[in-house]
Design a protein around this ligand. Structure first.
Ligand SMILES: [Zn+2]
Ligand SMILES: [Zn+2]
Length: 377
């Protein structure tokens, strides 16, 4: 490599073959089979279920549990995610997480980020897996020492290939035998489902770094994209994710489509997950407001006679930040006091009332801020 920097590293033929063959069967075989034999609703239902199993094992398991440790999981659920990840053929948990941690740490750095979006759509989508770009660190898992202590992770890493074969042939064939159409099941639930599991995940590395908005940070290429979230079990809110990566949520608002979050949260009600980590709301709101202020400052700085307008906006921003911290601090104090059970009834009533006032002030200031800044958005 030192001798010739322009020469591309060798092709990884196994990966190329898997991607090409599965894609060809999906786009050619599926319509042909649909035309000559047809698929019934049971097969389509199973297809949706299998796609969800593979996809959510990656998002809830590989990504939010293992790569970022945003919550803790019951071993039974870990085993399900480990099997689902092998079913989605996205390498072992250990390897995937190692890549992903480097991606976050060195995001957009073309030499280090394994799927740097700055190297273009094709590279970040799939190209990075087609050649031996990062061979030198292929088995270096020093950034995943914590995962090396996880028995499920190491078991899946050791038996990755047999698990891939067992799930990818076993699940479609078993279903096909029961349902009575083995080839139809292999094509639809084996191949087409796998291709969808692949490319929807790959879109997070490619499209979610190209297409969408940047409400929280412009320090990297990651975007928030509600449409992408629909196909990726909620991972489309990637701008939020890259700034608050330790949060088990990607879509933080109730109206944002994040079924991975819903799964993790509802699993906590039956004891399958615990210690769900959330970013404090004031940090999230402040990140949004600060970025908005920065953008307006930049825009106004090149306009003539804008210094007065700029001054007003900066004042309103300062007022917003102080109302915000007053309110969230009071809220936190009240929660802490409640936890310690130190409050008398009348004290609690007073604090709750004070909190209401602070909340009102904060919301009023937030409305002012949004009205004032909306013309610059
Ligand atoms: Zn991530
Ligand atoms: Zn990313």
């Amino acid at each position: 490599m030192e001798s010739n920097q322009t020469q591309k590293p060798p092709i990884i033929w196994l990966n190329v073959t898997v991607f090409v063959v599965t894609f060809a069967v999906a786009v050619i075989g599926t319509p042909l089979w649909a035309y000559y034999h047809g698929f019934d609703w049971v097969q389509i239902g199973m297809f949706a279920l299998a796609f969800t199993f593979g996809g959510i094992s990656i998002t809830a398991g590989y990504h939010r549990l293992w790569s970022h440790r945003t919550y803790e999981s019951h071993p039974a659920l870990k085993v399900i995610f480990a099997l689902g990840g092998a079913f989605a053929i996205q390498n072992s948990i250990l390897h995937w997480s190692s890549d992903h941690r480097i991606h976050h740490r060195h995001v957009d750095d073309n030499d280090v980020d394994p799927y740097s979006a700055k190297r273009g759509f094709w590279y970040s989508h799939i190209g990075w897996m087609l050649r031996e770009y990062q061979k030198h660190r292929y088995t270096d898992y020093t950034n995943c020492r914590d995962l090396q202590k996880d028995k499920v992770v190491m078991w899946q890493h050791k038996y990755y290939l047999p698990l891939v074969l067992a799930t990818n042939f076993g699940i479609p064939i078993a279903f096909g035998v029961i349902h009575g159409d083995i080839w139809g099941a292999i094509i639809l639930i084996g191949f087409t489902r796998l291709v969808l599991n692949h490319h929807t995940t790959f879109f997070i590395n490619s499209l979610a770094h190209i297409w969408g908005s940047q409400p929280y940070t412009e320090k990297n290429t990651a975007r928030d994209n509600g449409i992408l979230a629909l196909f990726t079990f909620g991972e489309g809110y990637h701008n939020f994710h890259h700034i608050f990566e330790n949060d088990y949520r990607n879509g933080i608002y109730w109206w944002q489509f994040d079924p991975t979050k819903w799964l993790i949260k509802s699993a906590s009600w039956v004891g399958l997950t615990r210690k769900l980590r959330e970013t404090p709301a004031d940090r999230i709101e402040k990140a949004r407001a600060t970025l908005l202020l920065k953008n307006i400052q930049e825009r106004l700085s090149v306009m003539p006679n804008a210094s007065h307008r700029l001054q007003i906006i900066e004042q309103e921003y300062d007022a917003l930040v102080s109302r915000m911290s007053e309110y969230y601090e009071a809220q936190k104090r009240l929660i802490d006091l409640k936890k310690e059970n130190l409050l008398k009834k009348y004290e609690k009533a007073i604090l709750v009332q004070q909190l209401q006032i602070l909340k009102f002030d904060f919301q009023k200031q937030k409305r002012n801020w949004l009205t004032l800044t909306s013309s610059y958005a």
